[in-house]
Design a protein around this ligand. Structure first.
Ligand code: NI
Length: 139
């Protein structure tokens, strides 16, 4: 049994490698290296799995899930990630790294129940993070 909840945040970022010139950064990151940054409306789909608790009828308490995920959402929402969030000052704020960061921030609270995290960055791109053992979500 699994359950997925969707959360949303907006954030800005710039992709660039400090050691490279503007031209080289543009070649690697294209318009994502725009010096003034740009923004996205991100959607995060958090999938948890487990047995149905006979008493509550649920896999886990949804309020606890919201509290856990909202801690990291609050860290990122309306931020310029590469400037304001220490993790992304040293790791490129790509969709891949944002998905990985969110996974690592919520995993300690959700434990084995967390099996999949999907981050939508644009209408035609999304990133998925999961542990290989859990794919395709068999529990
Ligand atoms: Ni971008």
């Amino acid at each position: 049994m699994s359950l997925t909840k969707t959360y949303r945040f907006s954030a800005g970022h710039r992709l660039y490698i400090k050691e490279l010139s503007e031209e080289e950064n543009f070649r690697i990151f294209d318009t994502c290296s725009n010096p003034n940054g740009h923004g996205h409306d991100y959607y995060v789909h958090v999938k948890v799995a487990g047995d149905i608790d006979p008493e509550s009828g649920m896999i886990l308490n949804l309020q606890e899930l919201d509290e856990t995920v909202n801690i990291v959402i609050d860290e990122l929402d309306h931020r310029r990630l590469d400037i304001e969030v220490p993790y992304f000052e040293v790791n490129q704020p790509t969709g891949e790294n944002i998905a990985k960061y969110m996974w690592e921030r919520i995993k300690p609270d959700l434990g084995d129940k967390l099996i999949h995290l999907k981050l939508s960055e644009t209408s035609n791109s999304y990133f998925e993070y999961y542990e290989e053992d859990n794919y395709p979500y068999e529990r």
